[in-house]
Design a binder for this molecule. Structure first.
Ligand SMILES: Cc1cc2nc3c(=O)[nH]c(=O)nc-3n(C[C@H](O)[C@H](O)[C@H](O)COP(=O)(O)O)c2cc1C
Length: 384
């Protein structure tokens, strides 16, 4: 299978599986425990049907939305994800290039593999930096200052990861960062020599947003679960979030809100957006899917805060369903990560462009000229 034969997320996934050693592929692909939430995040979209209006007399659509202080040309952006240079040597620069081309936003993780400064300098696209609060209190302040200097548009505080989810595939494959040859992983690295030689030949793996303060993860190999459990502050609270909003003073999202009460608290402390998210099914298995939880959150806080649906999106029609329910925009990880692993920036650009055309085609077929035309009465929930 070649890149030009990839049309849907699952096609890119198959290519990624071929290219990557097992520890790396399963780190992207896997979820927590029995992966019930991972599966439900996508299958829940099938419980809602689109009901189009025809003869709308339109020949083009405006897909733009305002998110976190910036206009995006499409209502889907790239969520922050860790360790991208393990998937492809271009890492986050592939997202930056795609965001520049398509006029969308890209997220950068605290555990990103390209620096805040490098990405700030190379891209004028809307940029979101994701914060994991570490035990070292100086680290958050230093990341906030670096984002300000590098002209990032917004911050997202991830709140669903105070302990690591139980990602059993990572135990089985022996996944560590940086990768370590173990009896379990050796065969997989040897049978993917292109990946392995490329990894060894390129610049040394680093986590440049934190490695001045933390050795684990860049200088000392650890599993991602060990890293999260040891280095992240468990006791972060709403007061911490409120203080961070004040310290940053710009657009701010809370990523990982699931309950209606928490959505209200996010409004109360002055957050600009919530990302309804269960971390792509990688944290609390059995957690409800973002799309299932969306209507209750829209009913409670719609209009008071931007609402981003993060997780499970694999098709343009999934985005249309979320927007019709009242979401401001959508975001996703694996929808571009498999493509990054498959073919770097060419892959990410192809995956995001295909989704962009799916959204455009879907809007035309729904009879909607703008995002505001997508309304809840254009959805029907299937009876079980
Ligand atoms: C490989 C991988 C790494 C991730 N790393 C982070 C991270 O560092 N910080 C974070 O807030 N979320 C992280 N996420 C979660 C994503 O931001 C997003 O919530 C999730 O991918 C959405 O689900 P989807 O993959 O079904 O789109 C990661 C997800 C994946 C798949």
């Amino acid at each position: 299978m070649r890149l030009q034969q990839c049309y849907k997320t699952d096609d890119f996934r198959r290519l990624a599986k071929k290219r990557l050693p097992a520890p790396i592929f399963h780190y992207i692909d896997g979820g927590a425990d029995d992966e019930v939430t991972l599966g439900r995040n996508t299958s829940a979209f099938d419980d809602v049907d689109l009901v189009p209006n025809v003869l709308a007399g339109i020949d083009s659509v405006d897909m733009s939305v305002e998110v976190l202080g910036r206009k995006l040309d499409m209502p889907l952006f790239m969520s922050p994800t860790a360790m991208q240079r393990l998937f492809h040597h271009e890492g986050e620069t592939a997202l930056a290039r795609t965001a520049d081309k398509l006029g969308t936003m890209f997220g950068v993780s605290t555990l990103g593999t390209r620096s805040i400064e490098e990405l700030g300098a190379m891209s004028a696209a809307p940029k979101l930096f994701q914060i994991y609060v570490h035990n070292d209190p100086g680290l958050t302040t230093s990341m906030i200052e670096r984002c300000r200097e590098a002209k990032f548009d917004a911050l997202a505080l991830t709140v669903d990861t105070i302990v690591a989810g139980n990602r059993e595939r990572d135990y089985l494959t022996g996944m560590t960062t940086p990768p370590k040859l173990t009896p379990r992983s050796l065969l997989s690295f040897m049978t993917h020599p292109n990946w392995t030689l490329n990894y060894l030949a390129r610049e040394k793996f680093d986590l440049p947003n934190i490695s001045a303060s933390v050795d684990a993860g860049s200088k000392v190999p650890v599993s991602v679960m060990e890293y999260l459990n040891k280095e992240l502050k468990r006791t972060i609270s709403w007061d911490d979030a409120a203080n961070m909003i004040a310290e940053w003073g710009g657009p701010f999202a809370i990523k990982g809100v699931m309950s209606v009460d928490d959505a209200r608290r996010a409004v109360d402390i002055g957050a600009s957006a919530i990302m309804i998210s269960n971390h792509g099914g990688r944290q609390l298995d059995g957690s409800r899917s973002p799309i299932d939880q969306l209507p209750a959150i829209v009913d409670a806080v719609g209009g008071d805060i931007e609402i981003i649906v993060d997780g499970g999106i694999r098709r343009g029609t999934h985005v249309l369903k979320a927007l019709a329910m009242g979401a401001t925009a959508c975001s996703g990880g694996r929808l571009y990560l498999y493509a990054l692993a498959a073919a770097g920036s060419q892959g990410v650009r192809r995956a995001m462009s295909l989704l962009q055309s799916e959204i455009e085609r879907g809007m035309l077929l729904m009879g909607c000229k703008s995002i505001a035309d997508l309304r809840r009465n254009m959805l029907a929930v299937r009876k079980k």
